[in-house]
Design a protein around this ligand. Structure first.
Ligand code: HEC
Length: 159
């Protein structure tokens, strides 16, 4: 995570109380996160469709600290203050128009794919986020109010 994120820019906590994952957070994550963070190979090793998965964290460890939303990586991610860790991920920049000469083979010939698809001995590299992450439009980012709700839920103990 970038160290230069201005934490004072985080949306403020919602003033709602008695927040729970199942009633208040899961519906938000279903819309914006489930596409990539569920199933057998969730993005970043992080499952967001159960409270257990959220509390367990991902490949880099815990994504939240109950009672301390400001220092919870998940909150930095959903506030999208840091482009590198923003969740849902920011769209990759793509060329806005087809380059001239579209349809011509690349200079130097074609890409060689060995029989079986992978060179012998090469580690299998699943696409980041799993196959489902590549399909369809990017889910919508959480609004400031929704980030505030996640913050309040974490600050109330992430139950
Ligand atoms: C389009 C797919 C996609 C969506 C939608 C998405 N994520 Fe992610 N997320 C990823 C990928 C891919 C990674 C792993 C990034 C890496 O390894 O550098 C990741 C990593 C993370 C991490 C860091 C996990 C770790 O331990 O490193 C957090 C936290 C996270 N996502 C939260 C969310 C939340 C919350 C949402 C919904 C608001 C969300 N993501 C939506 C693809 C997605």
């Amino acid at each position: 995570m970038a160290a230069d994120v201005d934490l004072s820019k985080l949306p403020p906590d919602s003033n709602r109380t008695n927040l729970t994952y199942d009633a208040d957070i899961k519906p938000l994550f279903r819309v914006s996160c489930f596409r990539c963070h569920t199933g057998a190979k969730p993005a970043g090793g992080l499952k967001l469709d159960t409270l257990e998965g959220v509390l367990k964290g991902g490949k880099n460890g815990l994504v939240l600290t109950a009672g301390d939303s400001v220092h919870s990586p998940m909150v930095i991610a959903i506030s999208r203050l840091d482009p590198d860790s923003a969740m849902p991920p920011r769209m990759r920049r793509r060329p806005s128009a087809p380059s001239p000469g579209t349809g011509a083979p690349p200079p130097g010939g074609r890409v060689v794919i060995p029989p079986g698809g992978n060179a012998p001995g090469s580690p299998l590299q699943p696409p980041m986020g799993g196959p489902s992450a590549q399909r369809g439009p990017m889910p919508k980012p959480l609004s400031a109010e929704e980030v505030g709700l996640v913050r309040a839920w974490i600050d109330q103990g992430a139950r």
